[in-house]
Every structure is written in C-alpha cells, then in structure tokens.
Ligand binder design. Sequence first.
Ligand code: SF4
Length: 356
Amino acid sequence: MSVNYVARPWENRLFRQCRRAWDLGARERQDYERIEPAQVFDLGEAIHDALDVYYFPGMWDWNRAIVRPLAVAGFEKSMRRQRDAYTQTRELSADQVQDWEEHLELGTGMLQRYFEWASDVDRFTPIQVASQFDIALPDPADPDSGLITADGRPLQFRVRIDLVVIDDHELYWLVEHRIVTGPQWPELDQLRLDEQALTRSWAWQLGFLADLEGTIHNEMRAAVPAAGKPKVHVRAVPGAGGITTQRATESFRRTHIPRAKLEIARHGVAVALEIQDMTDPALRMYPNPSWDNCSTCAYRAPCLAITQGIDERPILDASYRKRVSGDFELGRLGSVWGFVPEIHRVAEYRAPGAGQ
Ligand code: SF4
C-alpha cells in the first residue's frame, strides 16, 4: 500500500455501476484481475494504439506518407499482442481465428480511410498523446487544500488521456477517440455529458495549470462504408461554452464542444465528492445486479458465488490474481507525468512500430 490513496477514473465508473465489482477490482480494494483475458481482442484498443502513433507529437512534422504505415503497424502489433495474451494457455477456435482476421482487415481499412479524411480536418498540433499523470485531489469545500482519507492518506487521482492538441489560435483541446459500432451516431447531448471527457478535462487543467477551450470527440464507425464518394454533413449548434461544430461522413464524425469553465469545475467537484464516498470508512457495500452491468462484468463468477452463499475464494484463487502490472504498461507508446509533490517528468517512450 502506498502512502497516498490513488484512485482512477475507471474505478469511479465501476463504483458507480456496482460496489461489489469495484470492491473486487479496484487497486485500493481487493485488486483482483482475471488471469486470462476474456476476449481475443478489443478493436477499440488496437485503433487507439494506432492513433497514438499517428498523433505522436514528435512525428507531427513528418511526412504523413511515412507515418501512416507506422500507425497501421501499431494497430497490427496491438491486435497480435492481444491475441497472443489470449492464447497463452488455450487455442483459438476456427470462428475466433476468422473473427480476428476479419477485424484485422476491417481495422486496417478504417485507418486508411481515416487518414484520408483526417488530413482535411486535423487543424491542430498534438502536444500530448496517451499521457498518464497524477493530481492531488482538491477538497471541494476548500480548493486550496488537498483531500485526505480518514486515516490520513493524501488522495491522488491517476488519469490517462488520449490526446491534447493546440489549435491555430493557441487554444488547448482535449481529444477523445471513440469507436462506434451501431448504425447511429450518439446524440449530441451524449457527447456533452461525456463523463470521461469531462473528468479528463478537469484533471488535465489541474495537472498542467492551463485552460482547455473544450473537447473534441473523434468518432470512427467500425464498418465498411457504402461505395461511392462520402457525403459530408456539417452543423453548428450554440451551447453554454460557445458554438459546437460537427463534421460527419458515414464513417467518421468530429465534434468540437467548447466547454465553459464552470461546467468543467462543477464536474470536478462531483468527482472529488464521489472519491470521498469511495474512501468513507462507513461506506455500505452491496451489489447492483442488472444485465447491463453483469453481462460484461469481469467478476460475475465470484459474485454469483457470494450471492448464492458459496465460498468465492476457490474461484478467485483459480481464475483471478492480484494485479501484476502497473497503471502504465511499459513498452507501449505514451508518457507518464508526475505532479506529486512537484512537477517532474518521467517519460517512457518507445520508437513507434519498434519491436514487432
Ligand atoms: S455480476 Fe453484476 S452484481 Fe455481480 S459484481 Fe458484477 S456487476 Fe455487480
């Protein structure tokens, strides 16, 4: 146990969904993870890995014709890494092999089309990609003081962002990449209320002592588009922070949402209050079963045992382990920034596409 209590946005989400799942999985709680991955691959993770290479600040000045194949190689490497982790102790079925190969082809095509589209709409310069940083959590009742737990541990929040860019007017924007699988794009209000984007924005502002102009939601549809030249739809909608602009084709959508200072600050207060709830010694622990939560829950087997009054320990011992890796996976592209107790940078960089 470290001196500080470290919370992470994924733990807040788990806490909100189901306290039992949070208790089993959060690092400051029982800290269990599955020994074997539940799925062969996650297309979104592999696309994120490719975009981390594409928007790597150190290569932004490079000819895009050189960077594109590196980004595609990053995607392929991620797909292989995930498949290899899954097959460490088991074989893939013929259907799984076919599914992996089809998604490898789908992802490669998505990226090639995205690079064409993005060359027209990327009117910014990336300054951080896949960065992880820590902030001391401010006390909502006294923002000049940091929060501490009841037993005196300073509360720290560990956040990872996709991308931060600076535009032609020298304004900072936080970019969120999203893979969309359904036929419809999410409602604009879903993007406005995007809890992850707001949490990351609030933390980034605190960590880097700079204001964000807003959030950019960069959505990619995981599908092969209809043949022919894509139609472009553009719209502008007034909002609290300014004019929201949106540019979309069948395959890609980019939405710029200017954010009011108050909106981000209020979200930060909610995050801090929630973490105070999570660390309250009087916290009540109960499960929150619903098929929305349970169908994808990593802790369904031990949870069922607990609910049925069966000892869950044999299940945890056989299929789970205490987490073995840190928050930041060494060898993956990105950087780690520390702000506690003073600003310093400990970066782990790896040449994109290396070591395949
Ligand atoms: S299976 Fe459902 S109720 Fe059980 S821990 Fe998971 S989300 Fe909670």
